[in-house]
Design a protein around this ligand. Structure first.
Ligand SMILES: [Zn+2]
Length: 340
């Protein structure tokens, strides 16, 4: 990279770990997740809309003025930090830049770990997480990502805390040693990684229904979406974390039968609205729209991993309609989505 704030080897090692995080679908899906590295005066952070999995083959990082961003956080001044960019590569810093600057460690890794999300979407999450992880983590109640999240973290996290769990969102791990921080992240993910829902009832050979512009996903992996068990089925149409809303829409539409689905899709077509990348027919399974983008495909797999690890004996906490709407109408998100 272009300046004297970082040692070249340090940048290579950081990019390598970023690539490894980005290549692990249980941790990072599509343009989600972000990593950063600080020097005294600047911070290298993943750019908005770019994929961590591309860390080694293209430029996905932006260098920003750390002190200027810290000053804005202290003054509670919401900003997209475009004036703080040092790099000359036409990229914008991640929508989650402000919390990276806030956390006082050299390395900050933020992932949408499926096991962490599965354990952070019930009303008892904070208590249950303590049983699994001990006391050495901070728990941040759900708030829209971006500046509101950073302001909330500023009030909650105590100095020295290296593990931060974001309710209905994901995991942040920070540290001053690259390898140890990476290990801490993997260990935290692993401790929470328990499949809870191996046993679900479904009809193996259901009568598949033809739906124009959609294909039934017949891969065994998606059998969970064939279940008619009401407590699972009712969760399919809900959204539990921001990127689900951004890339799949607010919940995957579910239908009791094909006619219901056709009526819904025809209404969207009449109004020239985008068709949802996925729909679910009760007892039949998951249908993928023919032009579903790669980001949506990674996000449906994320949803499946989360649901298989969710304890359905707990009362689950889905995002509310107003929380979904504030995500969909957030300018920074519209930009991020536009480059995917
Ligand atoms: Zn996030």
């Amino acid at each position: 990279m272009e300046n004297n704030n970082f040692i070249l080897q340090e940048i290579l090692d950081f990019k390598n770990i970023s690539y490894q995080l980005g290549s692990n679908l249980s941790l990072v899906q599509a343009a989600g997740g972000n990593t950063s590295m600080k020097s005294n005066d600047s911070m290298l952070i993943k750019a908005s809309g770019t994929w961590l999995s591309n860390s080694l083959k293209e430029n996905v990082f932006v260098e920003v003025d750390l002190n200027s961003i810290k000053k804005k956080i202290n003054n509670e001044q919401d900003d997209n930090f475009s004036e703080d960019i040092i790099s000359k590569n036409d990229l914008r810093p991640s929508t989650e830049t402000s919390f990276h600057a806030l956390i006082d460690f050299k390395y900050v890794f933020h992932v949408h770990s499926t096991s962490t999300i599965a354990n952070a979407i019930s009303f008892n999450s904070a208590i249950n997480l303590k049983k699994q992880l001990g006391d050495n983590f901070a728990f941040i109640p759900y708030i829209r990502p971006g500046f509101p999240l950073t302001m909330s973290m500023k009030n909650i996290i105590k100095p020295g805390v290296q593990i931060i769990i974001l309710e209905n969102h994901g995991l942040i791990v920070a540290g001053n040693d690259l390898e140890k921080t990476y290990e801490l992240l993997l260990n935290t993910h692993k401790k929470l990684d328990v499949i809870m829902n191996n046993n679900f009832s479904f009809v193996e050979e259901s009568t598949s229904e033809d739906i124009d512009e959609y294909q039934l996903k017949n891969d065994k992996k998606y059998n969970f979406f064939k279940t008619t068990d009401e407590r699972f089925f009712s969760a399919f149409s809900k959204s539990f974390y921001p990127d689900h809303v951004i890339f799949l829409g607010p919940g995957v539409p579910t239908f009791e039968n094909a006619q219901e689905a056709l009526n819904f899709l025809n209404k969207l077509k009449d109004k020239n609205l985008n068709l949802p990348p996925y729909i679910i027919l009760k007892g039949v399974g998951l249908y993928e729209q023919n032009s579903a983008i790669p980001a949506a495909k990674e996000m449906i797999d994320c949803f499946l991993e989360v649901l298989l690890r969710t304890n359905f004996d707990e009362e689950l906490k889905a995002l509310s309609e107003s929380q979904e709407n504030e995500l969909l109408n957030w300018d920074a998100e519209i930009y991020r989505q536009s480059i995917n």
